[in-house]
Ligand binder design. Structure first.
Ligand code: AMP
Ligand code: MG
Length: 334
């Protein structure tokens, strides 16, 4: 059911959960300081209690009521908030352990989407909001995807159009001595290093390093940050990944009825000429465009119940493409 912003504010204030658009993906929001609302989020998503939630605030002052905002956090916040980066910081007492999965740190973000910001401002209370999808499924980037993913259990949703970023936020841990990226996103390691004028670590990377090779093992299977296991963001249809068109063609895994996704629309030409029916994620491989379209295409093609999906992504594993590879490796059928 689609609802208005007014309705969303009323429901949230009453302790209910609603789906809201953000610039990253749609979020399943509830009052961050209300344990019943938090419990509803976990239950609806089927999310393990060990996977903490991101708390969204309207401004820095509100963040300071929830956590210790150190000088590095202020720098990154000034540069990128409101925007698609989440900071992990030492929490204050006001934040319930249920939100942080018992951690002494809390993940905080000021979102940029005008609808989300308006709801936060009118409520004048922080909102916890993980992605609005059942746990481990692909995150929704349009209001109709929320319904597609939840079916009859779909939460009331505010339609704020297609998400501009299309990938979950960069998660940057600034709670210890060494700034560390826990989840890559649109805001890259290079940008953060520039901002902080120091080296930034990149924790846990599910993809093999160096170059991505299909079927190669040896990925980091550890879960250094809760909720970042090697399977996540997954469609139901088996998904195979290819770093080049040639590897797709020689793999011989394609069967009639399978679907083919190409990140770079230019690669579609040679495949269409061979009779494959391809869906492009961008016209020329532009990473921002691939990121914005990736989840929507996966959700929409998943609904076609094809035997398998094949995705060709030739992007180098750096910058924004690193975040895309990170999601693709978790979505790939192991
Ligand atoms: P999601 O809400 O699905 O976008 O996922 C949020 C991610 O942020 C989780 O997968 C966590 O790994 C990470 N996160 C949230 N809170 C913390 C925290 N206190 N410490 C470390 N990572 C966190
Ligand atoms: Mg999620």
């Amino acid at each position: 059911m689609l609802i208005t912003i007014d309705d969303a504010v009323t429901r949230l204030a009453g302790g209910d959960v609603v789906a809201l658009p953000s610039e990253t993906v749609y979020g399943l929001a509830g009052l961050a300081l209300n344990e019943q609302a938090i419990a509803k989020i976990y239950a609806l998503k089927g999310r393990p209690a060990t996977n903490p939630l991101i708390v969204h605030v309207a401004h820095l002052q509100q963040a300071e009521e929830l956590c210790y905002v150190n000088s590095q956090a202020k720098r990154v916040g000034e540069a990128y908030w409101p925007g698609p980066i989440t900071l992990v910081l030492p929490k204050k007492k006001s934040v319930p352990g249920l939100v942080t999965a018992g951690n002494q740190t809390v993940a905080i973000r000021i979102p940029r989407h005008p609808v989300f910001l308006e709801v936060l401002t009118r409520l004048n209370q922080p909102l916890a909001a993980p992605s609005a999808n059942p746990s481990n499924r692909t995150s929704p980037t349009e209001a109709r995807h929320v319904e597609e993913l939840f079916g009859k259990k779909c939460p009331p949703t505010v339609d704020g159009g297609k998400c501009a970023v299309g990938l979950e936020s960069t998660v940057l841990d600034l709670s210890g001595d060494q700034p560390t990226i826990l989840r890559p996103g649109l805001i890259t390691r290079a940008q953060i290093q520039d901002c902080l004028q120091r080296q930034v670590g990149l924790f846990q990377d599910p993809s093999p390093d160096p170059p991505a090779k299909v079927g190669q093992t040896g990925r980091n299977q550890g879960a250094p940050s809760p909720g970042m296991g090697s399977v996540h963001y997954a469609p139901r249809t088996p998904l195979a990944l290819y770093p080049t068109v040639e590897e797709f063609l020689i793999s011989a895994k394609f069967k009639p009825g399978d679907l083919v996704i190409v990140a770079d629309g230019k690669d579609a030409t040679q495949l269409d000429a061979k009779g494959y029916l391809t869906t492009p994620l961008s016209t020329d491989g532009c990473p921002e465009e691939v990121a914005q379209n990736l989840y929507g295409v996966l959700i929409e093609l998943d609904a076609k119940n094809a035997p398998s999906m094949h995705l060709i992504f030739t992007g180098a594993r750096e910058g924004i493409n690193r975040a895309i590879w990170d999601r693709l490796y978790r979505a790939e059928t192991k």
